[in-house]
Design a binder for this molecule. Structure first.
Ligand code: HEM
Length: 408
């Protein structure tokens, strides 16, 4: 095959800083059908996939290694501050990755998550009550969307309720904290240290007094046996991967329904179809990769890919947002939100060996968090149009800064 050079263009930056608008030209990328090479703001170039076929092929090709947040320069439009951790599965590959991933997989299976339904409802109700007690107007991102996923993860891990608040605060600061604290660049590293100490205590506790929870199961694992450091790394991974992503998606979904009364009426009219509607909302805006961040892969050897030579040591950024507007995934009006679409084979949760371990949990949370806010506050209204909502780039992806709402 003849190789051709690929132009390196600066990654398209949003025209209105702070707003959520698609920054990548998704349809144009999709039509091009080739890899695009972008220069990221930190000066590291990366090839971005533009179709669903690319996305699946790169993510299932073992010559491309998953590697994240380990200090070496990699293409990213956001700031990340996570040190190297043993047991951090998004940076592991091959049989070692599968062996550790398997140890946690049972706790995130469809069945296990189904059994957690009542717990999720209970946590959601708690934050509905707290939000109501705060009174209108309120920042619904901080009062409701942000704390729910971290409390559910704390429960799954087996963090004692006496430590839950500290765990949630640390979770909040690993992603840079809420906007007022963003000026402190040391906050994420401090939060990781707090998490380390807290989880070390919990691991010691579970070794002495085993319970029916994930940390206890990890302390008893034999194939492989995990060190305390690896258990800590894996638990931190679960928190980081499942906290910012789920809260931002929940907030975005609520915001878009507030912005579109027609879509909201359809969403609420048929409770049995809410799981399908959530899938379409997840497809419509794959927030993590929409910003150009998300799913980095490193070429471990020279790879010829559809006429492009990806050299050893170069990065490829599989883009779910572009894959989700590919006609093979979504044949009709792919850039439109259409709740009647069926089926919904989106790629927002990734593909291949590293596909999202917590996707059934994310779905189970979203299908409660989103409709319940409208049940509790039928007059809920946003103080801002969805396109004016402020967004931050201080975490691992692109996340909502606040969701100001009122209900009377
Ligand atoms: C809407 C919410 C979520 C989205 C959009 C999302 C998306 C993703 C994506 C795209 C990946 C693949 C990364 C890669 O291939 O390198 C991933 C991996 C992962 N996710 Fe999620 N995620 C969400 C929620 C969660 C939750 C709730 C948890 C668990 C508490 C979780 C745990 C993980 C873990 C552990 C991985 C790494 C899997 C591995 O490397 O084998 N995620 N997620």
């Amino acid at each position: 095959m003849t190789m051709h050079d690929v132009d390196v263009k600066p990654i398209p930056i949003r025209k209105n800083p702070g707003r959520l608008e698609t920054r990548l030209p998704l349809e144009e990328m999709n039509r091009s059908g080739t890899l695009m090479k972008f220069m990221y703001p930190n000066g590291v170039p990366g090839y971005m996939t533009t179709t669903a076929d690319h996305f699946r092929r790169i993510l299932s090709d073992p010559r491309f290694h998953a590697k994240r947040f380990l200090g070496e320069p990699q293409p990213t439009p956001v700031s990340v501050a996570v040190p190297d951790m043993p047991g951090f599965i998004p940076s592991m590959n091959g049989p070692d990755h599968l062996a550790v991933r398997r140890l946690a997989a049972g706790d995130f299976s469809v069945k296990h998550i189904r059994d957690l339904g009542a717990k999720i409802e209970q946590v959601v109700d708690k934050y509905l009550d707290e939000t109501e007690a705060m009174g209108s107007p309120v920042d619904l991102f901080a009062s409701y969307c942000l704390p729910i996923p971290s409390e559910v993860i704390a429960w799954i891990l087996g963090v004692p309720t006496t430590h839950t608040q500290e765990f949630q605060m640390a979770a909040r600061y690993t992603i840079g904290g809420l906007p007022e604290k963003l000026t402190d660049p040391e906050a994420p590293a401090r939060a990781i240290k707090t998490l380390h100490e807290l989880l070390a205590d919990v691991i010691t506790l579970k070794r002495k007094d085993p319970q029916d929870d994930l940390i206890t199961r990890l302390t008893k694992a034999t194939d492989p046996v995990l060190s305390d450091e690896e258990i800590w790394g894996l638990c931190t991974n679960l928190l980081l991967a499942g906290h910012e992503t789920t809260s931002t998606n929940a907030a975005y979904q609520i915001a878009i329904l507030l912005d579109r009364p027609d879509v909201k009426a359809e969403f609420l009219a048929d409770p049995d179809r809410i799981p399908d509607f959530i899938e379409e909302l997840l497809r419509f805006k794959a927030i993590l990769t929409d910003s150009g961040a998300g799913i980095p892969r490193l070429a471990t050897e020279d790879v010829e890919f559809d006429g492009v030579l990806i050299e050893k040591g170069e990065w490829v950024m599989p883009c779910a947002a572009a894959a989700n507007v590919d006609a093979s995934v979504c044949p009709h009006s792919p850039t439109e939100l259409d709740l009647d679409r069926t089926p919904f084979p989106h790629l927002t949760f990734g593909f291949g060996a590293h596909t999202c371990l917590g996707q059934h949990l994310a779905r189970a949370e979203l299908k409660v968090i989103v409709p319940k806010i409208f049940e509790r506050f039928p007059n809920l209204a946003s103080e801002m149009a969805v396109d004016d909502l402020p967004w931050l780039e201080s975490g691992f992806g692109y996340r909502m800064a606040e969701l100001p709402v009122r209900w009377k």
